[in-house]
Structures are given as C-alpha cells and as structure tokens.
Design a protein around this ligand. Structure first.
Ligand code: CP
Length: 306
C-alpha cells in the first residue's frame, strides 16, 4: 500500500505515468466513469479548503465512487480531543482511501503510520502540498509542453507557502530549470530548500525583491498569497500583504507566451483585470487538479482501466 506525503514519493518515471493517465482521463472521461464503483474516499480536513477538498470529492464522484468526511476540526471529534492516529484507525473502517489536510506539519505522515488505507497529504501546515504540485506539473506540461528547460519565477510568500516548497522540490528533478525567487526579505524561501534541494544539486537560482526586474525573463510566473494564518502577528501581515500586485501594466513586461499560475485562493496579489489575459492560467489550473486527483486515486487504489 502506498501513501502520498511528498511529490518526491513518486519517481520522475512514475510521475510521467501519472500525468499521462491524467491526460487520458481529460480526453476520455467516459472510460473512467465506473472505475471506482463501490469505493469510498474520506476527506479529513482540519483546516479550511475549497479547491483541494472539493476537487478530491469531484474526482472520486467522476470515477463512480462516493465520498464522506468533515471540513473542519470543529465539526469532528478532534474538538473533543481525539488524536489523528485514533481518527485514522476509525476512518480505515469506513473508507478505501483518504485525503487529509492539517495545520500541523507531519500530521498526515503520523496518520499514514497507523492507517490501513492509503493516506494522501492534502496540505500540512507550511510544509508540503503534494497534490497541488501534481496539479501544477500537469498544468505546466499541458500548457508549456515540457517540464524541463524553463525559467520559473515564484513570487510572494515563499516562506510559508507550502505549494512553493513542494513545487520547487518536484521541478528540481528536471533538466534546465532555473528558479527566480521574488519576495520581500521577511518572506524568503527557507534556507533548507536552497541548501538541501538547490545548492546540493548545483541548480541555478536567483533571489530578488522587485517583480518588474525579472518579469521579461520568465516562462512561468507562479504567484502566491501571503499566508495570513501562519503569521505570528497581524501587524506584519498588514505590512506585507499587498507587497506584490500583478496588474496589466506589469504583464506588459512579460513574454507573450509566459503563463501566470496561482494555487488559489487569491486575495489582492493578482488584479482581476489580469483574468482576461490569455496568459492567465490559474483557472485552467483548477480543472487540471480534478484530472490529476482522479489519476492519483486510481494509482493509489491500484485500479487499472483498459
Ligand atoms: N490550492 C488550495 O490548496 O486551495 P484550497 O485551500 O482552497 O484547498
């Protein structure tokens, strides 16, 4: 039995197969409509979510399965003090696979050690968000035609943004990827990513504060929200929250084929006027999230569709 805790749990070859499966699902959804008949997915969300929880649920329903779960710690027995380990032992009796989001880093990993069903990390604190990374990889491969030889700018809250940490780890395995980290001093990418992922593998990266200075170099601009829920004080959040606002004027500096991605939700960091720009890919990214989560459920449940 396999779990998914980090995008690195899959080899590059396995990831290719998973993305190929997602593309086949996109092109032939009817083939997969009963692939998970009789199977159940549990969504255990101790932290708020719109996309991740609902796209997992849509994915399982598209595969013919059913869903159950909770959408906040307050509406589960966690509010009475039940541990993650005890909860997952119960859920193993009710469902065939589960997706867990938790504010504590490592909580899905703890669950996976006692679970008798596959556990998917749907985001743990400021640590990892592997299924957002699968979504991002499918989006990049579908819209840019490759995962290597790209210059990707990651902009905003690179300190607390778990989607950024997971994506950098995943893209670092492809040839010719250059990273440009665009953030204020206080929200820089953690040192462990620079040292253990990039420097150890001699991968090029650049750290800058002004988005305008690098806009013209980028193949992909990955915008992120400043993560209010992970700040220690509101004052710092207010000071930093509007540090970057991508607008039409800044988009004029970008290549014609650059794409703008965002894991969403967005707050102010992308002006709504950018939504109409054909390079804005963040709503298409959401749709890719459903296909890739369908592929992931099939892979972890070892369901083969001919
Ligand atoms: N991208 C993402 O994780 O969105 P949600 O928080 O709405 O699930």
């Amino acid at each position: 039995m396999r779990h998914l805790m980090s995008p690195l749990d899959f080899s590059v070859e396995e990831l290719d197969q998973l993305l190929d499966l997602a593309v086949d699902i996109e092109n032939h959804p009817e083939k997969y409509a009963h692939a998970c008949d009789g199977k159940k997915l549990a969504t255990l969300f101790y932290e708020p979510s719109t996309r991740t929880r609902l796209s997992f649920e849509a994915a399982m329903i598209n595969l013919g399965g059913s869903v159950l779960g909770f959408s906040s710690a307050a509406s589960s027995s966690a509010a009475k003090g039940e541990s993650v380990s005890d909860t997952i032992r119960m859920i193993s009796c009710y469902a065939d696979i589960c997706a867990m989001r938790h504010h504590k880093e490592g909580a899905p990993m703890v669950a996976s050690t006692v679970s008798s069903i596959p556990v998917i990390n749907a985001g743990d604190g400021g640590h990892q968000h592997p299924t957002q990374t699968l979504t991002d990889l499918l989006t990049i491969r579908s819209l840019k035609g490759r995962l290597g030889n790209l210059t990707i700018g990651l902009c905003g809250d690179l300190k607390f943004g778990r989607t950024v940490h997971s994506l950098v780890k995943a893209l670092a395995r492809y040839e010719g990827v250059k990273f440009v980290f665009i953030s204020p001093e206080e929200l820089r990418i953690p040192s462990y990513i620079k040292e253990d992922v990039l420097e150890v593998n001699h991968l090029p990266y650049q750290e800058v504060e002004r988005l305008e200075d690098v806009m013209g170099d980028l193949d992909i601009l990955y915008m992120t929200r400043v993560q209010r829920e992970r700040f220690f004080n509101e004052e710092d959040y207010i000071r930093l929250k509007d540090f970057y606002i991508l607008d039409r004027k800044k988009m004029e500096l970008a290549k014609d084929d650059m794409i703008v991605m965002h894991p969403l939700p967005r707050v102010n960091e992308i002006s709504v006027e950018v939504d109409k720009d054909p390079r804005a890919a963040y709503f298409r990214q959401v749709q890719y999230g459903v296909y890739v989560r369908m592929a992931l459920i099939l892979t972890l449940l070892e369901v083969k569709v001919c």
